[in-house]
Design a protein around this ligand. Structure first.
Ligand code: FES
Ligand SMILES: [Fe+2]
Length: 402
């Protein structure tokens, strides 16, 4: 099939799209030099390393004296995954199970080789390590090579508010991360949620979709480039668009949005770099929903679903935890967002070989998706690519001379 972006252009409009969104199209594995959430903090136990795939890179994370470290899950010697058989002889190191090369978690230094303690390699090579920070019960890893900017530059506004309690459900979705982001931010995709048990179960209402007003010049989105580095886009259709509650074919009403009640939700929807959606409020007037689309590999993403609520007082977290287990897990995490997972996985085959980006035929209501692509093209800090840069000694010759 070849590379669609190198193919002769079908028409000028498609050519313009390729020029405008080139780096977005290339970011099949996500953007480099950004912070991404990985495990929940409570999954990483002291001295029990766990592997995680991020943007096509294999990582190994470990907690030592409370602090989390991340190292490339690949031995410098013969490239095997360290996680295949974890061997840790001291708290601060990990030893490769194959020939005993031993790395320091703090900086990746090859500090010893158990099978050849006199090797000249010792102290001259380092495995790649990744900056790590924890926030609100999530372990964030900086996937990149530059000095990391503050974590806050890659968090959506409000996520770290005081007394905001967060419950996370992480699932692997068999669709590229961009299919996830575009599903979440799509103003007419709510058609798939029309029979969701959340609507009646939580006395709320969703139209079949929000469409632009005919012949209106009002912009349908608002781009935000914050001083502190957060870059995002707001969908303005709830305010400036037209909600449709009846679906018609040949002028006859064939389906109607269910009126489950009068609770107002999803008034403000925004999407932030490097791929995190904020729905405020959702699924209840007192809650805010955040969801990350974290690239795992080219054809799958980690769907990191965060239910959040501000509750003051020392009991707040426990109270929210009980509410989450009793109510929200069923109605919202699974009852509602399973629809999105299903839709993303159904979309993936069309885009998998990249021709879908050229063959798709977007309509007026997709204005927000197009604007997101532009924002992501303009504000990313780099494109994640397969393989390469790992060792800090990558320029050195592969073999030691004896
Ligand atoms: S492959 Fe790891 S020590 Fe040889
Ligand atoms: Fe959805």
């Amino acid at each position: 099939m070849g590379n669609p972006f190198e193919a002769p252009l079908v028409n000028e409009a498609v050519g313009q799209h390729i020029r405008n969104w080139r780096s977005y199209y290339e970011a099949k594995l996500g953007f480099r030099n950004h912070w991404y959430p990985t495990f929940n903090s409570d999954e990483l136990l002291e001295g029990k390393p766990l592997p995680f795939e991020l943007g096509g890179e294999k990582l190994l994370l470990n907690r030592i004296d409370g602090k989390v470290f991340a190292m490339k899950d690949q031995c410098l010697h013969r490239g095997v995954p360290l996680s295949r058989k974890v061997e840790t002889y001291t708290k601060d190191t990990i030893t490769c199970w194959y020939h005993g090369w031993t790395y320091r978690w703090s900086d990746g230094l090859l500090c010893d080789i158990l099978t050849d303690p006199g090797s000249k390699m010792i102290g001259t090579r380092s495995n790649k390590v990744y900056p790590v920070q924890e926030a609100k019960g999530l372990v964030f890893v900086f996937l990149g090579d530059i000095d990391p900017p503050p974590l806050s530059t890659d968090l959506p506004p409000g996520f770290t508010d005081a007394n905001r309690h967060v419950r996370v459900t992480r699932r692997k979705v068999e669709a590229n991360w961009r299919i996830g982001a575009e599903n979440g931010f799509d103003t007419t995709h709510i058609f798939i949620h029309k029979n969701s048990r959340l609507i009646t179960g939580n006395q709320t209402m969703l139209p079949l979709g929000f469409a632009p007003k005919p012949n209106s010049d009002e912009p349908l989105f608002k781009i935000v480039k914050n001083e502190n580095g957060q870059n995002g886009i707001y969908d303005m259709l709830a305010e400036r668009g037209v909600p449709h509650f009846e679906g018609k074919v040949h002028g006859e009403v064939v389906c109607r949005a269910i009126h489950g009640g009068d609770k107002h939700i999803a008034g403000e929807i925004s999407l932030w770099m490097p791929g995190v959606l904020k729905v405020d409020p959702f699924p209840d007037p007192a809650m805010i929903h955040f969801e990350w689309y974290v690239p795992c590999d080219e054809n799958s993403h980690w769907y990191i679903h965060c239910a959040t609520k501000v509750i003051e007082g020392p009991e707040g977290d426990e109270t929210f935890g009980r509410e989450y287990e009793a109510l929200w897990k069923d109605l919202y995490v699974y009852g509602f967002n399973d629809d999105d997972i299903w839709a993303r996985e159904a979309t993936q085959p069309f885009y998998q070989d990249d021709w879908g980006w050229l063959d798709e035929q977007l309509f007026e209501a997709d204005a927000c998706i197009m604007a997101w692509r532009t924002l992501a093209t303009e504000t990313n800090r780099g494109i994640q690519t397969k393989g390469r840069p790992a060792s800090t000694a990558s320029g050195k010759s592969a073999a030691v001379s004896t």
